[in-house]
Design a protein around this ligand. Structure first.
Ligand SMILES: Cc1ncc(COP(=O)(O)O)c(C=O)c1O
Length: 401
């Protein structure tokens, strides 16, 4: 079936116009197969996992654990135990920042992040640094939005304990050279966490090839339901780190005197997880696998290229993020027009959904000396015709303002 036809929501109208959904960086729409998977779970399988001996509990546990295998294979993790289900990227990063800092961060130590990070990959580290009296250092970027990776060796010191970097910038679209960054960091024995929220929906991820120590992502940005994410961590790290949240499932035995902890990955999965979302994630992975990353990337690149060319023809447009290595995200401003006005009018006049504002990346906005941008971000179901609607809508907006 045609890809687009698999997404029922794409048939709706917004403000009387056919919906053009270019807010995929915030969350993607869900294909029918993912929606059906959730319905099937609640119709035929619903039961709490890992705890029962009855038919339904075994069914849901098997399905849940099968999803873990699918995720492990999808990102080429060495072991299924290295896949921890979380609520999302934010939750995954907080898990690592909290537990890593508890064990490995001391006063005067350093954590390195980059100028283009989402707040989710800044604030958890800031909190950790504040608790421990450690210092947050920042790898700079160029005007075009590339990381100055050549400056990383001089930024790292004997006190650097971890580096946290986005795979792909949610604002600029820059695809960062995570493999190179990891190699540089590892040459000094420093682990690397990769925020893959905007990476995995668009770029093939092979955690063993990257050799990163942690890779974090959210289901909802890759056609899966909200409320599920993944923390991939190398087994040695996950074994080394202390537990994050306490509760059911993460324990070995509990007495009032002492608790022992469960094996990986359950040590980090306290409480009842979002089972239906985990199953939906597996279905979304199958959906992406069926299309294949080559086709996804090729299609999104075509949209990016065409949209960039057409945008540049509009007077006064400035695009933020001009890396040679870019995924399907375009941030821009039009001379003197507030991004919020552009977004609101695009929606009202043309039914086009874009995102406006600082995109949870205020330090990046500070770098460019702006308050926000308009962001169009593509997914596999978007079309060149939709880009035309977007561009002609923008031209109308410019004429009105
Ligand atoms: C680069 C990046 N990191 C982290 C996040 C946070 O993801 P979530 O809200 O799914 O936890 C986002 C969300 O937009 C993002 O774009």
């Amino acid at each position: 079936m045609n890809i687009r036809e698999q997404f029922p929501i794409l048939k709706i109208t917004a403000n009387g116009k056919p919906l053009v959904y270019f807010d995929n960086g915030a969350t993607t729409q869900k294909p029918q197969c993912v929606i059906d998977r959730i319905v099937k779970y609640y119709t035929e399988e619903n039961s709490n996992i890992h705890r029962g001996t009855h038919y339904l509990s075994e069914l849901s546990t098997q399905a849940f654990e099968h999803s873990r295998d699918t995720v492990a294979k999808f990102i080429n993790a060495g072991k299924r135990e290295e896949i921890v289900f979380t609520k999302g990227t934010t939750d995954s990063i907080n898990l690592v920042a909290d537990t890593f800092s508890t064990k490995y961060l001391a006063e005067g130590d350093e954590v390195i992040v980059t100028q283009l990070e989402h707040h989710s990959n800044i604030v958890p580290w800031q909190i950790a640094c504040e608790k421990k009296g450690a210092v947050l250092k920042v790898l700079p970027i160029t005007e075009k939005g590339d990381l100055m990776v050549e400056k990383l060796p001089e930024l790292m010191t004997d006190r650097t304990r971890i580096i946290a970097v986005a795979h792909v910038s949610n604002v600029l679209g820059t695809i960062n050279p995570v493999k190179d960054i990891v190699a540089i960091a590892h040459s000094r024995g420093i682990p690397v966490l990769v925020d893959g929220a905007q990476g995995i929906p668009h770029v093939k991820v092979d955690v063993q090839e990257f050799d990163c120590d942690f890779y974090c992502f959210s289901g909802h940005k890759m056609y899966a339901p909200m409320g599920v994410g993944v923390l991939y961590g190398k087994e040695k790290w996950l074994n080394d780190l202390p537990p994050y949240q306490g509760g059911g499932e993460m324990i070995g035995t509990v007495t009032f005197a002492r608790t022992t902890y469960n094996d990986l990955p359950y040590k980090f999965e306290a409480g009842t997880p979002n089972v239906e979302a985990v199953l939906g994630l597996e279905t979304a992975i199958d959906f992406m696998d069926n299309i294949g990353y080559d086709a996804i990337m090729q299609h999104e690149n075509e949209l990016l290229k065409y949209c960039t060319e057409e945008l540049k023809k509009i007077d006064g447009v400035r695009i933020y993020g001009e890396s040679e290595f870019k995924s399907g995200v375009i941030s821009f401003l039009i001379n003197g027009i507030h991004p919020f006005d552009v977004g609101t009018l695009l929606d009202k006049i043309s039914g086009v959904a874009v995102r406006t504002g600082h995109h949870c990346a205020e330090p990046l906005m500070d770098f460019y000396g702006i308050l926000g941008t308009v962001r169009a971000s593509f997914a596999v179901y978007n079309t060149l015709e939709e880009v035309d609607v977007f561009i002609s809508g923008l031209k109308k907006v410019v004429m009105m303002l």
